[in-house]
Design a protein around this ligand. Structure first.
Ligand code: HEC
Ligand code: HEC
Length: 327
């Protein structure tokens, strides 16, 4: 009889361990050290909650300002910006959810730990300032921010604070965006339009333009295409990034623990959104070393002879196979 209790007790112990771990992270603690042993194998990174910013110190005030710039970029630097007019009306946080603290929510978990780093897109070493300005110029379809400005220093201070406890060179599970496995067919804009109507349109609009907030200082629902969206040089314009972001974060309220879309739906809706018009960015200098160009880079030239269309939508398997010969 008693033997039946053993699995039950084990189950309860495991449940308690998992729950307490979850609450700790929910409370906003970044991971302090790598979990060891079988009791807590989950090393998923959750960022600090911005309420934990020590805003009673000078440094804390700068961090807090950095947080506000990331959460309300448009209020400060958008078309009607109070500090400058540099960006398209979107906020960093529209894509870097909750101040860049959410697992697979395009978070900032590895930024401070890994930059400066070599980046194939510009075939050179990139520091945090350059990376932030990439998002200013591409994701926010705007102008770069002066590195010496208080605003850039504040954004830097925030990125440092949020990622400070991640060891140098380390990327925990859940940092950035999930890389979804490739489909063995091309992603299909037509199928994606059905997903879009059912799962996205009610917020992002039939025309993809989203919805401005009442004050016009930012978006209640940010645009997915059209004049006010990210441009075609942005990270999200690559279908694998878009699909991975959407899979784990959309419709709004979705987390990586409870995705609403199948992988196929995520790829197809990505294809649909990315088939729509958006601002252009001169990316002729991107990926000067062709063999390092990602397979889903949507513009040529390429090291292989596949079309731009196939590089944009797939199928990617044959491209990977052909490229393996050059690597
Ligand atoms: C339209 C969506 C979007 C917006 C808006 C946006 N970003 Fe990004 N950002 C991305 C994507 C996509 C990546 C690349 C993620 C990847 O490839 O893992 C990225 C990458 C980054 C990175 C490097 C992350 C890493 O782990 O290497 C930083 C830092 C960053 N963004 C900062 C910002 C800041 C600051 C703003 C606002 C000024 C901003 N971003 C606005 C989409 C966006
Ligand atoms: C209930 C409303 C809602 C639904 C439904 C929804 N979204 Fe979003 N979406 C948002 C909001 C709000 C944000 C900005 C998040 C933030 O600022 O915290 C966002 C952000 C985004 C972003 C990054 C910012 C941008 O504008 O590029 C993408 C991409 C996106 N959504 C795609 C989708 C797709 C694809 C679907 C359908 C599968 C979808 N969303 C469904 C509300 C929604």
């Amino acid at each position: 009889m008693r033997i039946f209790w053993i699995p039950f007790l084990l189950f309860i112990t495991a449940a308690v361990l998992i729950l307490s771990e979850h609450t700790r992270k929910k409370a906003g603690n970044g991971i302090k050290k790598e979990a060891s042993g079988s009791q807590s194998p989950d090393t998923t990174w959750w960022g600090w909650n911005h309420y934990q910013i020590p805003d009673y110190t000078e440094e804390g005030k700068l961090i807090e300002y950095g947080y506000r710039l990331i959460a309300n970029t448009s209020y400060y630097m958008g078309p009607k910006g109070t500090v400058a007019t540099l960006t398209n009306g979107m906020n960093c946080q529209n894509c870097h959810l909750n101040g860049g603290t959410v697992p697979f929510g395009n978070n900032f978990g590895k930024v401070f730990a890994t930059y400066p780093l070599y980046r194939a897109r510009n075939d050179g070493i990139q520091d945090i300032y350059m990376r932030v300005n990439d998002c200013f110029e591409r994701s926010l379809n705007g102008k770069p921010l002066d590195t010496a400005s208080k605003e850039m220093q504040a954004i830097y201070a925030y990125l440092k604070w949020v990622g400070e406890d991640v060891p140098k060179g380390k990327a925990y599970k859940g940092t950035s965006i999930m890389r979804l496995p490739f489909l063995n067919r091309a992603a299909d804009p037509l199928k994606g339009s059905i997903v879009y109507r059912a799962q996205c349109e009610r917020c992002h609009g039939a025309d993809g333009a989203g919805m401005l907030n009442i004050e016009g200082t930012g978006y209640t629902y940010p645009p997915l295409w059209g004049a006010h969206s990210f441009n075609d040089g942005a990270g999200l314009f690559r279908i694998r990034s878009f699909a991975g972001f959407v899979k784990n974060n959309m419709p709004q309220g979705t987390t990586y623990l409870s995705p609403q879309l199948t992988d196929e739906e995520a790829w197809d809706v990505a294809a649909y959104v990315l088939s729509k018009p958006r601002p252009k960015f001169d990316q002729s200098a991107d990926w000067p070393v062709l063999k390092k160009k990602p397979v889903d880079a949507p513009y040529g030239p390429y090291i292989d002879s596949f079309s731009e269309r196939q590089h944009k939508y797939g199928p990617f398997g044959p491209i990977e196979l052909a490229q393996a010969a050059y690597k």
